[in-house]
Write a protein that binds this ligand. Structure first.
Ligand SMILES: CC(C)(COP(=O)(O)OP(=O)(O)OC[C@H]1O[C@@H](n2cnc3c(N)ncnc32)[C@H](O)[C@@H]1OP(=O)(O)O)[C@@H](O)C(=O)NCCC(=O)NCCS
Length: 244
């Protein structure tokens, strides 16, 4: 369902709408909504197998910004039994500035759909992730749980979890300080998230990223996650779209 995004409007100063799952059939209605609400930028996703939808969006002036892959881990299968050297614990109130700092450093110049759009201001794209991480620490609709990893007594990584009902949890946002990457900190965070979700009674843990983010996919597949589904993300700017 298409809807206006107050958050993106605030971030980028343009009237923005989002549609998490359009099809070739629904697209005409989505574009009508955009015209009626003066939407300048539409952010819309379709299932990667639905090429008819993707091609209809191309014809309507949408440009591809990323390919998102979702992985799922069934939690009643055995977990690896090693104990990572990196301690991971629940967020404390005083960690919020450190989480923001790690998000700022780790997502600078990232390759998500915001950064892929040359019309969006780089600094604001970076800020999107920092403010999202900060919000996740204080707003239960953004994250039900935040885990932090410590390296030499400092917060060096974070991971947010969101419960989708009792059965399923999602790893939503996660990053490791570039100064200490490639030390297994991320693996420790994901393993801790698996324990956390299973401990809360969930049966499935899901997570998503850009197809080209190979580091995280290596970690996930080694921990027993399996590729589940994929989406194309488009941005459509009304002032660059063909007249309908
Ligand atoms: C992705 C990220 C979280 C990995 O953190 P990390 O602590 O360095 O990860 P780990 O040390 O546990 O390494 C996990 C695996 O990924 C690999 N890896 C890490 N960065 C990689 C990269 N840029 N390209 C390819 N592989 C990479 C590691 O080498 C390791 O595999 P290996 O055992 O074969 O060496 C970190 O690089 C980061 O914060 N990136 C920017 C934000 C981001 O991508 N967040 C995740 C969005 S879903």
């Amino acid at each position: 369902m298409v809807s206006l995004s107050a958050l993106d409007r605030e971030r980028f100063g343009v009237v923005t709408a989002r549609d998490p799952s359009f099809t070739a059939e629904s697209l005409a209605g989505v574009l009508r909504f955009c015209a009626e609400h003066g939407v300048q930028m539409l952010i819309a996703r379709c299932a990667a197998e639905d090429l008819r939808a993707a091609q209809a969006m191309e014809a309507a002036g949408g440009r591809i910004m990323d390919t998102l892959v979702y992985y799922a881990r069934v939690l009643d299968r055995p977990f690896p039994d090693d104990r990572p050297a990196t301690p991971v614990r629940a967020l404390r109130t005083e960690d919020v500035p450190a989480v923001r700092r790690v998000a700022t450093e780790s997502f600078r110049g990232y390759f998500g759909h915001y950064h892929a759009d040359p019309r969006l201001d780089r600094a604001r794209c970076d800020e999107t992730y920092a403010s999202w991480a900060e919000r996740s620490c204080v707003d239960v609709t953004a994250a039900s749980k935040v885990l932090v990893a410590e390296h030499e007594g400092r917060v060096a990584g974070f991971l947010t979890l969101l419960a989708h009902g009792p059965e399923e949890q999602e790893i939503v946002l996660n990053g490791v300080d570039p100064a200490v990457q490639r030390h297994g900190i991320y693996r420790a965070l994901v393993l801790a998230a698996m324990h956390e979700a299973r401990g809360a009674g969930a049966r499935r843990l899901i997570v998503s990223t850009q197809l080209i983010n190979l580091g995280v996919q290596k970690t996930w597949t080694r921990l027993g996650f399996e590729l589940a589904r994929s989406y194309y993300t488009f941005h459509r700017w009304a002032d660059a779209a063909p007249a309908s």
